[in-house]
Design a protein around this ligand. Sequence first.
Ligand SMILES: Nc1ncnc2c1ncn2[C@@H]1O[C@H](COP(=O)(O)OP(=O)(O)O)[C@@H](O)[C@H]1O
Ligand SMILES: N[C@@H](CC(=O)OP(=O)(O)O)C(=O)O
Length: 492
Amino acid sequence: MLCPQSNNESSAPSPAVWSESGETIMSNNKLRVEKIGGTTMSRFGEVLQNVILKDKNDIYNRIYVVSAYAGITNELLEHKKTGQPGIYQTFVQNKAYEPAMLNLQHKLCKLNHSFQDIGLDIDKADEFICDRIAFSVNILKSMDNVLGSGYVNKTEVLLAARELLASIGEMHSAFNSANILQNLGYNATFVDLSGWQDRKERTIDERIKYTFENLDPAKTICVATGYTKGTEGIMREFDRGYSEVTFSKIAVQLKAAEAVIHKEYHLCSGDPLIMGEENVHPVCNTNFDVADQLADVGMEAIHPKASKPLEIAGIAIRVMNAFDPSHSGTLMTKDYICPISKTEVITGSQNVTCVEIHDTKMVGEVGFDLRIMKVLEKHRVSYINKATNANTIDIVIYDKDCSDSLLGDLRQQFERVTAQEVAIVCAIGSNIAKPGILAKATKALADANINILTVSQTSRQTNMQFTVHRDHFVLAQRALHEALCSNDPESC
Ligand SMILES: Nc1ncnc2c1ncn2[C@@H]1O[C@H](COP(=O)(O)OP(=O)(O)O)[C@@H](O)[C@H]1O
Ligand SMILES: N[C@@H](CC(=O)OP(=O)(O)O)C(=O)O
């Protein structure tokens, strides 16, 4: 893989100072808050070497915010991509959740054993997770009883159960990681933001402030749970991918110099799984707008609700490949504009539907679109893309949002409403305002014999989006990458 090393050093703000009320009033020019994703956490031996202990003379002033090991939150709640039910769904459906919890306990203890060689104290780790699971089962039983009584609001209790279950995965991985570091002789602290057995009501921000008030990251490596308990409910507000929200809130509160995300891939010029790793190159620099464009089609280099507060606070995000430690990763800053006009990333989604609303009364009717938007709002559906002409509006939405009731409501109001499963492919860049770049993209698709169903680009010129037949998803991305990204990997 080509690794263009551009100038992507972020400029560090000045040192942290805590006020009497505990607020940080100046930036901490040393502190880095670093999030480690679930798949990466499962290879913790490599994380130790490549990330945490990479430079043994510079290990402090780091707060690691960790996700549950790969697949664990899927088992606790439901599969993030397929929706396959986990323990939470078992609880919701009033089925036997206790054996499922014991099964999970067995799995987590087995996972513990896989970390024995890198220093995990198996007895302590097993005791920790078994205690927490036993206690969680008791809470679930109580919730079950309360639900059975019929006196309480079911939605609220189920939400609390979802919070409790979600927290188990991150308690486990954070406890283990701190324990391994301690056993290797480092001063490390398990920072438990799960609010375990804490009766006091705190918001997420209050809990973060309260927990970090008495910690000095300059003297201890902090390993924090990606889950934070708060009165607003991290699951209710953000749901899956919540570790990045904890990560972002810590970075903002402690005024970190940089917020780093360690993943199993670089943010690349194209999906390595589609283009082949050898055909893509890491993106060195980009901006938050590009990150939002990626998230809109499901490639969450960072959760949009996590990136926004960082963007507002002026904290740069660095996305790194934990398994390529010599590469400085992708630096995202607010104002970055690629000095030359070029496409930085090709991405897309094949889980989308194009809803076509055709109505001969549309032409010239002021506010026609508003009626469509009201139906979408009623069904709480956010659209990815919209294309329009005199009598037709096409709206691209995720398949999971295209329900019969949504289509039914649209059909009641408009002449002809059809839905077609499609794919969306995007050519994204902080500076793609170049005459001919759209022509080059459409030519690449035409040369690959791909018919474009809809096309859209705003005048800000950061994202050219094409809707194509779903069968063309892979071919379209390869064609666009070949035409727009393969020739100038060194130029960022
Ligand atoms: N331009 C790209 N660079 C890197 N990965 C990409 C890109 N486009 C799509 N992907 C895919 O996105 C996935 C990572 O996206 P992400 O939302 O972080 O997933 P996860 O939920 O698995 O962490 C990778 O599995 C990769 O196949
Ligand atoms: N484990 C949680 C939180 C999270 O952010 O995980 P990951 O970083 O692996 O996406 C989830 O799957 O939602």
